[in-house]
Design a protein around this ligand. Structure first.
Ligand SMILES: NC(=O)c1ccc[n+]([C@@H]2O[C@H](COP(=O)([O-])OP(=O)(O)OC[C@H]3O[C@@H](n4cnc5c(N)ncnc54)[C@H](O)[C@@H]3O)[C@@H](O)[C@H]2O)c1
Length: 363
């Protein structure tokens, strides 16, 4: 059990740039024994580059191998729940990229499948495993004077960072009919989640699942689940949004957006009476970039001290995989569990209701 045999389902950008190098770095803990992708080109390129002989086009064939203990699910979001449920039924542990799924029904089905399989399921919100974030959580537990919090995430399109810094073998040999059925399935699932909403709300929901889940799940780990959503609105066709979460004694301002500037403007901040904490993240697509914890405080009300801590070299993805390994060995459930992800979906449902009201639509 100490060296886990991993099968990767979906071998695109995130698997090639982040997970495969991380698993190679952690080769005392993990061995990639099989890969699956719809694209023959990706299977051949990734399999040859990383010396992986078992290559499957259908994930069910990978799940049937007796050389796999756990799967990484890194194919498009619409398939995550289906594959996770099948992997659990096959007796495998699961690390599933975020978002774990699109609808609450899928979420509940994963929870039920996990309960009957008795296996670990961890959701890939890796920022929550960064040492700077964990230190912030420790400090926040002792703060009883929080007056404001912020979760801010404005990023440039991933390709602005990926194209100049990585070589990705692309699945450009997949028939167009497959891409069209993927789009149709995505539309159906988003409609199942939020109803027959205008395109801007569908885009906003997709942004929440794709990007905001990093921020909302970290916010919940830092501060707990808010009492309610006070405000949520979107602009620019759903690609830019704000929300205000009510924590009773304080509010958390939430903003998410994407633009064309090749940078990450991404942080969580907690404002206390005498101390402000801030965790800053950079793009995950360049490995090992520092994630820092800044503290501004006063001890005497006269002077101010500022510190910026980078608790050590290492990547959030590396810490995510170490945590997964610990859970597999100890049997302790992952903190980024399916039950935990459900809280994000509940928040997004409430945010969408506010967005619909704000746009004059029936909530
Ligand atoms: N944790 C993070 O910060 C982070 C960052 C980016 C992406 N992601 C997540 O990772 C996942 C993959 O994103 P990506 O950017 O690598 O996408 P991508 O489009 O680059 O890669 C997806 C791969 O899955 C393959 N695929 C499609 N359908 C498949 C199927 N039915 N079975 C097997 N393979 C299939 C495609 O051929 C492609 O190679 C998404 O869920 C995304 O949300 C997470």
């Amino acid at each position: 059990m100490s060296r886990i045999r991993v099968g990767i389902i979906g071998c695109g950008a995130v698997a090639q740039i982040l997970h495969l190098p991380t698993l190679y770095q952690l080769s005392d803990l993990f061995e990639v024994t099989a890969i699956c992708d719809l694209s023959d080109k990706v299977l051949a390129g990734v399999g040859d580059a990383w010396g992986i002989a078992a290559r499957q086009r259908d994930y069910k064939d990978l799940l049937a191998l007796d050389t796999v203990d756990a799967v990484l699910i890194a194919n498009p979001n619409v398939y995550h729940a289906e594959v996770a449920i099948a992997a659990l039924a096959a007796g495998l542990h699961v690390l599933v990229e975020k978002p774990m799924c699109i609808t609450l029904e899928e979420n509940d089905a994963v929870i039920a499948a996990q309960a009957s399989a008795g296996k670990i399921v961890q959701v890939g919100t890796m920022r929550r495993y960064a040492p700077a974030f964990i230190e912030a959580c420790r400090i926040v537990q002792g703060m009883d004077d929080i007056r404001l919090a912020k979760a801010h995430d404005i990023i440039g399109r991933n390709s602005l960072v990926i194209d100049p810094t990585s070589r990705v073998i692309k699945a450009d040999d997949i028939p167009q009919s497959v891409s069209e059925s993927l789009r149709r399935r995505q539309d159906e699932q988003i409609r199942a989640a939020i109803g027959d909403a205008p395109d801007a709300l569908k885009t906003a929901y997709n942004m929440m699942l794709g990007l905001s889940t990093h921020d909302s799940s970290a916010m919940r780990e830092l501060l707990g689940m808010p009492k309610r959503v006070l405000h949520a609105a979107q602009r620019r066709g759903g690609r830019s949004m704000t929300a205000v979460f009510d924590y009773g004694d304080f509010l958390c301002l939430f903003s998410t957006g994407a633009d064309n500037i090749p940078r990450y403007d991404t942080y969580l901040a907690i404002y206390g009476e005498n101390r402000v904490l801030r965790v800053d993240y950079d793009t995950p697509f360049v490995r090992n970039l520092p994630i820092t914890l800044s503290i501004t405080e006063t001890r005497d009300g006269l002077s101010k001290t500022e510190s910026v801590t980078h608790p050590g070299w290492g990547d959030a993805f590396t810490e995510e995989w170490r945590a997964f390994h610990n859970s597999l060995v100890s049997g302790e459930p992952a903190k980024a569990s399916p039950q935990d992800f459900r809280q994000d979906l509940l928040l997004y449902r409430e945010m969408i209701q506010h967005m619909a009201q704000e746009a004059g639509l029936p909530a």
